[in-house]
Design a protein around this ligand. Structure first.
Ligand code: FE
Length: 226
């Protein structure tokens, strides 16, 4: 089945005055749509025709990988923006403070990294294997999910994300982008990792505590469902 362009979670005008409707129209309607169309053309008649997006990202290379990853990255980018003000969860705030010192320091470090990324790419906030918040940069279409890492937030620093509004001034775009970050989305991404005790448990959990009881029940339910 062919992939479809995700529905934008807000109107094209909703991000103004920070990101113009014209930018959203080109970025979403032309670039993002273009990746979806190219991906569909590339997988048609191949073993990946009905594969989930993540499987295509993790198993292919070249143009198929590039377009599949760009679909994922752009889906993630739009979901990470909100025209309404949002706030990080207590858990996320605590982790930002623990790993960066403060929200202000995190902002500075993240935006400096994004401004300094050479060429086209993406700046991510990722949850590392040892449960720390880290900033990761990827070039072109590359994406943390290719390597099984867990993204929480992303900023698109391809020129098509800002050239209409800011010309070549990427730092100006980053200042505007920051004002639109959907902290609820970032917090939900973090919570969905933390609330998934099934992950990492292949065997029944024998300790006598609440988490283990939950894991055992979920595993039982999964067996019954299949
Ligand atoms: Fe883009």
């Amino acid at each position: 089945m062919a992939f479809e362009l995700m529905k934008l979670p807000f109107a094209e005008t909703a991000l103004e005055p920070h990101i113009s409707a014209e930018t959203v129209s080109y970025h979403y309607g032309k670039h993002h749509q273009g990746y979806v169309n190219k991906l569909n053309g590339l997988i048609e008649g191949t073993p990946y025709e009905d594969a989930p997006l993540l499987k295509i990202i993790q198993q292919t290379e070249g143009p198929t990988f590039n377009n599949a990853a760009q679909v994922f990255n752009h889906d993630f980018y739009w979901k990470g923006l909100s025209p309404e003000a949002t706030a990080p969860s207590v858990e996320l705030s605590d982790m930002i403070e623990r790993d960066f010192g403060s929200m202000e320091v995190f902002r500075e470090v993240f935006l400096t990294a994004a401004a300094g990324l050479f060429g086209s790419g993406w700046t991510w906030l990722v949850l590392s294997d040892d449960n720390k918040l880290v900033i990761e940069q990827t070039s072109n279409a590359d994406t943390p999910v290719r390597y099984g890492r867990i993204p929480l937030l992303v900023c698109d620093v391809w020129e098509h994300a800002y050239y209409i509004d800011c010309r070549n001034a990427r730092p100006d775009y980053l200042q505007q982008w920051w004002k639109l970050v959907n902290w609820r989305f970032v917090s939900d991404n973090l919570a969905s990792v933390e609330n998934d005790p099934i992950a990492g448990y292949a065997q029944p959990c024998n300790d006598d505590n609440e988490v283990c009881d939950y894991v055992d029940t979920m595993q039982e339910n999964e067996k019954t469902a299949t």
